[in-house]
Design a protein around this ligand. Sequence first.
Ligand SMILES: Nc1nc2c(c(=O)[nH]1)N[C@H]1C(S)=C(S)[C@@H](COP(=O)(O)O)O[C@H]1N2
Ligand SMILES: [Mo]
Length: 416
Amino acid sequence: MGSQKPDRRGFLKGGAALAGGLTLGATEPAFGQLPHPHRYIKGTDDLVAYGGRSSFVTSVRIAHPPDNRPSPDAFGLVFHVAAPLQDSVGMITPSSLHFIGTTRGSFVPDIDPREHRLMFHGLVDRPLVFTMEDLKRLPSVTRPHFIECAGNRSSPSHRTVQETHGMTSCAEWTGVLLSTLLKETGVKAAGKWIVAEGVEEVKGASSIPMEKAMDDCIVAYGMNGEAIRPQNGFPLRLLVPGFEGIFNSKYLRRIKVVDRYYMTYNDYGHLDRDPKVAALGYQIGPKSVITFPSGGQQLTDRGFYEVSGLAWSGGGAISRVEVSTDGGRRWADAEIQGTAYRMAHTRFRFQWNWDGNEAELLSRCTDEIGQVQPTRSQVAAYFGAPEGRPFGVPGQDNSVQPWRIASDGSVHNAIT
Ligand SMILES: Nc1nc2c(c(=O)[nH]1)N[C@H]1C(S)=C(S)[C@@H](COP(=O)(O)O)O[C@H]1N2
Ligand SMILES: [Mo]
């Protein structure tokens, strides 16, 4: 009789055939004995007027370890703040958990959108000033895009994926294509670059080549279906899809069309280290990381686990993700979830049966133009860093991240 019914355990076992016979430690619940809520959340504004989350969900942003200073600090300054990627599902980062990048510490401007203006000038046919209302009347686009700070990199002292990779996030951005606005103002033949500037004047200013400005940049006012959060540029920011984070000027108020690359405050941090690499690196390379299981997490039992992670590239859409569970000796294709969008985080999944022995999990991705995520020694060699260890390299470190699973199921950062 009981054997006729597809019980929960049997169902999971049936699905397991795909993964090659999985086992789960879960105990079989008897019907009528499932837990029932005995407590209810009292109706509050937090729940009703603007939705809060369950008090049992506690995932939060943290100070990015190299800064390791509290944000906000005693003066109210906000430094780089990292997203809790270990708890991420899907490809979108909720706005309240999106990482925050501030060039050498910033106060978050409190801007009244009714007073905010965006000015276009320089080598243009008609200098123009737009209000927020003007911008919202124009044809808009909505696209998912990642932002990644070029300083996002793993070091042996980092424990969790929030510490190693939390300076990237992916949101759905809504706004007007920059090309639409540049066509309104008209660009003179000598206008080969733009300088985009935020309200802090010297910070958040970047030189961007006209080809990119006319291609896919967005002057965005929307983020994940609502107004951009103050930390991420309210009321207006520039999205430069696939370029290093610093190009995505927040609190955007001015675009000047110019004839050459302009040195801005953003070049300063690069200049003072090495004049040879003064210019920014522009495009983010292909990068991926396993978010489950990742450093600091704990596997409860041997048996089936869905390994899952994120992949992204400034070169376009992710076309392939491979996973290794033996430290890189053998690789197998992971499954890409849904549509892989251009310059957006892409979720990958991989079915794994943990046999209880020590294991090392890695992921590597390929993008639509054929770029493959490099190893640590390849990145080190590129920048001439010693001993195959890309510490302090002046450009992006997009190398493969290994996680070691100890035989007790604890997960550790395996880079040395
Ligand atoms: N106006 C302004 N724009 C800025 C910055 C800033 O400090 N001020 N920081 C830049 C840096 S270093 C990064 S990595 C990205 C981060 O964007 P986010 O805070 O929305 O994640 O914004 C860029 N745009
Ligand atoms: Mo950044």
